[in-house]
Design a protein. Sequence first.
Length: 545
Amino acid sequence: MQQKIKTPLKFLPQWKALEAHHMKIGRTHLRDFFAADNGRGEEMTVEAAGIYFDYSKHRVKTETIKLLAGLADASGLRASIEAMFTGKRINVTEGRAALHIALRAPKGSSVMMDGENVVPKVHEVLEKMEAFADRVRAGGWTGHTGKTIKNIVNIGIGGSDLGPVMAYEALRNYSQRGLTFRFVSNIDGTDFAEAVVDLDPAETLFIVASKTFTTQETMTNAGTARDWALARLKDKEAIAKHFVAVSTNAAKVSEFGIDTANMFGFWDWVGGRYSMFSAIGLSTMIAIGPENFRAMLDGAREMDEHYRTAPFEKNLPVLMGMLGVWYNNFFDAQSIAVLPYEQYLKRFPAYLQQLTMESNGKRVTLEGRPVDYQTGQVYWGEPGTNGQHSFYQLIHQGTKLIPCDFIAFSKPVHKLGRHHDLLMANVFAQASALAFGKTAEELKKEGVKDWLIPHKTFEGNRPSTTMLLDELTPAALGRLVALYEHCVFTQSAIWQVGPFDQWGVELGKALAGRIAPELEAKDEPKLAHDSSTNALIRRYRAAKG
Ligand code: G6Q
């Protein structure tokens, strides 16, 4: 669908106003911002949907936030949010809606898409998932030999893997400990081999999670899983008991040999990386139980409602998105570090990498015009405090500006001696050290030798957000995920790019499809790639013998 031509971003008066504002305050040090206003640390905070969001350690003034909100407004963000929530086909290059918010809409409510309320079918699938999850959890789902299912292996990749594995790791303490969960995604056979090395096929259930049911990695792994199971169970009938599917493609599911009665559906308006609250979350539901899964949906919904209704200057996803734009486009910051001070969130940065980078890693606008400004940032991170002993050096004293998202919880999941106080002391200390640094004068007063002073000086002025939540519960995870989802959407509206397609993954897939038979051919194939690829293929063929 051809898009209405928008005023190019850099022509907007609100953009120009921000450029002028940046010239004025871009070099001001956070020390001076704080010195000028004693109340800053409490005023520049917003509390919503269970998240205390402290953005005072950002290189902004109240006026900056106003100007950024003006830009978001001029970008049509309000209308874009409404278009998303009302099921418009905002994924224009694929002609689809992006209605993940409907996945967490309460029973009885209404979210319309092409004149149809989609909420009843969302709940129909949720109820089917619940009945299944309850049965597996209660030991009522037995395998082909009558043994109880004890192992769940999710086979999927990208959006059909990263959400489930992240949520399982995050909510492990809520999981049924008698069940073992494994996640297989990579086409590298090691992934499958290691996942099943200690499992008994008679006690193992595979969830083949694939929206399309055609993805090379997933279908190859699913085929290998079927061979592995049948090699021991020796009866094709066993597939019905040991394989279920999550997909939108019933024909392919049935072709694979899975009974479509054991298929959990979703719809084309759920994008892969926005699908962890759909049936793609089946493994999560089996792990944590239907009640906890519902609590996770409720948490996400709270954030959805906040996003749809709160004014931009008090709106967490909007604030987060605008701050990203501020550094990305006015300070040339290339990346954002996500630093959860919660070990259970160890896969959260990896999950966010897909959500953010596959969504906003775009170089043309929705109208197809090349952009003349930076779009999606590089997201990366690790849980604290581990990162402190590794890459924080570069954030503190390196030459790059890396805004940080600190995520912390007031209550620990495990109360163990002093651990949580020490963990929290570290997160508060890092945000403070980054912002305020340590001057040469301070070092001199401490008696540090002159020649060491440059090495020990911390310039500071390194921005961060601190997000403080109560405890890592299913609801808290739901809120966090929805926060970042909507942050991504906010930025896409400002950058005028489409966040719901991913054409950039296609070229490599197509080429791999051409190269695979060349690697496998018995006779020397005629190669017509570039000289480097040709040479690599020849070398590989010779080496593998
Ligand atoms: C996500 C992408 C991509 C997708 C995988 C798996 O937004 O579309 O990561 O999730 O390629 O696709 P299938 O679920 O169709 O196997």
